[in-house]
Design a protein. Structure first.
Lengths: 187, 410
């Protein structure tokens, strides 16, 4: 079982990101779960979204998890939300930021000693450049594909095209570029 | 003729989407609905199918849930296949008309996305609305995940519309935990799903002008009791039809359903009885405890009404201690599921120990660890030969422990 927790603000697309990831993962024959903790949240409010991925049907419906991956798609939440909550010894963090890794880590004491499990990527800038709006979910998927090694990039891109099929070509192309750039830039 | 909807063999759907797809496939004649969180997407999705030409039937937007169910009653009495969706406060507002629908023996399907009842206002999942409907004369089927929300919705039409049943049917799923959680769902092709449900067979339809009938007549002490007795007999007797429909569905889908689901109960000494998603979370706990040598199992009413008094007894009679979990505030009583399970077990020779947990109100998380703790408590009761805790406890509550009533009786 792989468990993923997304930290986001309502409107940044974490719920869509989690569901898209689930959609693509399911095509590989795995069982998935994608859900969020929001309810009556307003645009801009902090929220968390979750994925579970397994070879067998996922029976655990609890929100509680010890995540294998923590994906932070809002730069400020890395500092203000409790991103290390219920972490495991192997939890990997992918954080969107315009800062250098050193600058970022200096501001988040909870990540001390976990430097080698922290990865950074500027999802906000990438989405501005490629999609034209700050929708950091798509780039985060690209970064996740790279760090998790769960898929080949091309396989993921092909399946994302299917997930996004209802959108205009321009949006699909923007998302493909966003995913590819983040895949290459995450470090 | 409705447009063809593009379906994959394996979809990633949340419970709301799954339910709305089942409504589309059943080719409902009339949906009269008013949206409310967390069931809004069922109505919203259905509305988009209508707008995009995937639906031949009528979609009536009304001004309240009372009007929604009233519209359903009218359309059903007229002789159509009818469905709607609601939750929580909307369900509460519908309640008056729920009794009308069942009393008139109208086979309406209501997909209920379970949510807490105010006050305090809360949009998340618990079973308050499902329990509010438990004496309303509707058949109540319970789904534990999105796949089952789809499967049970298809089965609901076939059960309720059967002429020997002719009763309305609710299909329950947990608000957010099922309704907004996307999981793998394996839908039937449109044609297979529709042929399973079958063409609607009207009975005493008001639009048959050659044979005028009355719906909703008044009966006082002369005949009211006989009507209610017949209605009760119909819902109790629907057990056989429910089993037939589940058997037929298994042939098509490979997915087997029973009025009471049992997991690892063959040799279980301790068990949890629950409804909704908690059932599956508890299965994970029971599996882990079995690795520690505790013979744990899980029992779950798939069919909350008619209450499976017979099948519950069979499922649990050889256990030593049973925890019954109620996700609804009992308001000064033991939990309803506890009371009904206890009553069934009182008639067994073995009479296992039975305790009650109130949990998960307003969407409070229920974890695998908590399910394990509850099962371990049952193990302690079994070893002591009597209940070693309060009989009713609150699980997952902040602050000091809350519990009531004790007994040393074995």
């Amino acid at each position: 079982m792989t468990e993923i927790r997304w930290h986001s603000r309502a409107g940044q697309g974490a719920v869509t990101g989690a569901k898209s990831l689930g959609d693509v993962v399911a095509t590989t024959g795995k069982e998935v779960q994608a859900f969020a903790l929001y309810g009556s949240a307003k645009r801009g409010a902090a929220l968390r979204a979750y994925n579970r991925i397994d070879d067998e049907q996922i029976l655990n419906h609890a929100k509680f998890m010890n995540p294998d991956f923590v994906l932070v798609i809002d730069p400020a939440l890395a500092f203000t939300d409790n991103i290390t909550e219920h972490e495991a010894e192997h939890t990997k963090y992918i954080i969107t930021t315009h800062l250098s890794k050193e600058e970022l880590l200096a501001g988040i004491p909870a990540l001390a000693g976990k430097e080698e499990r922290v990865y950074i990527v500027d999802c906000v800038q990438i989405s501005l450049d490629t999609i034209g709006r700050s929708i950091p979910n798509a780039p985060m998927l690209g970064a996740f594909v790279k760090i998790s090694g769960m898929f080949e990039l091309d396989y993921f891109l092909d399946n994302m095209k299917r997930v996004l099929a209802k959108f205009p070509q321009k949006i699909i192309d923007g998302n493909m570029n966003a995913i590819t750039r983040a895949y290459n830039e995450v470090k | 003729m409705a447009e063809k909807f593009d379906l994959q063999e394996r979809e990633v759907w949340d419970g709301n989407y799954a339910a709305s797809q089942a409504l589309r496939q059943a080719q409902v004649d009339v949906v009269a609905a008013y949206p409310i969180t967390p069931s809004t997407p069922i109505v919203e999705n259905y509305g988009s199918y209508v707008a995009n030409g995937y639906i031949d039937g009528e979609f009536v937007m009304v001004e309240s849930e009372h009007a929604a169910m009233s519209g359903c009653v009218g359309a059903s009495a007229a002789g159509g296949r009818v469905a709607t969706a609601t939750s929580s406060q909307g369900f509460a507002l519908m309640t008056e008309v729920l009794y009308q629908a069942s009393g008139m023996r109208l086979p309406i399907v209501l997909t209920v996305v379970n949510r807490a009842l105010a006050s305090p206002l809360n949009v998340r999942g618990d079973h308050s609305d499902m329990y509010l409907g438990r004496d309303s004369g509707w058949i109540q089927l319970d789904a534990f995940n999105a796949q089952e929300a789809y499967d049970m919705t298809l089965c609901a039409f076939k059960i309720g519309e059967n002429h020997s049943v002719r009763l309305p049917v609710m299909v329950h799923q947990d608000g957010f935990i099922t309704s907004h959680t996307a999981q793998n769902v394996y839908p039937l092709p449109d044609e297979v799903a529709y042929n399973f449900v079958g063409d609607f067979q009207p009975l005493d339809d008001m639009l048959d002008f050659s044979r005028p009938v009355t719906y909703g007549a008044q009966t006082e002490e002369d005949w009211h009791f006989e009507h209610k007795a017949r209605q009760h007999k119909a819902i109790i007797d629907s057990r056989a039809v429910i089993e037939e429909v589940f058997a037929e569905f298994e042939k098509l889908s490979g997915r087997k359903y029973k009025r009471v689901e049992s997991y690892m109960m063959e040799d279980a000494e301790v068990a949890i009885v629950a409804l909704g998603t908690t059932v599956e979370t508890a299965i994970v706990a029971a599996r882990e405890l079995r690795e520690e040598g505790i013979k744990a199992g899980i029992v779950a009413p798939r069919c909350f009404r008619p209450f499976p008094y017979d099948a519950i007894r069979e499922a649990l009679e050889n256990t030593k201690s049973v925890a019954v979990l109620d996700r609804s505030s009992p308001g000064g009583a033991m939990g309803a599921l506890f009371n009904e399970v206890s009553a069934a077990l009182y008639t067994t020779a073995n009479r296992p120990l039975v305790t009650n947990f109130i949990y998960g109100l307003g969407g409070r998380d229920f974890s695998v660890a908590e399910a394990k703790r509850i099962l371990k408590e049952q193990k302690a009761h079994a070893e002591a030969g009597h209940i070693t805790t309060d009989i009713q406890q609150f699980s997952g509550l902040r602050g000091p422990k809350l519990g009531f009533f004790q007994t040393k009786r074995g």
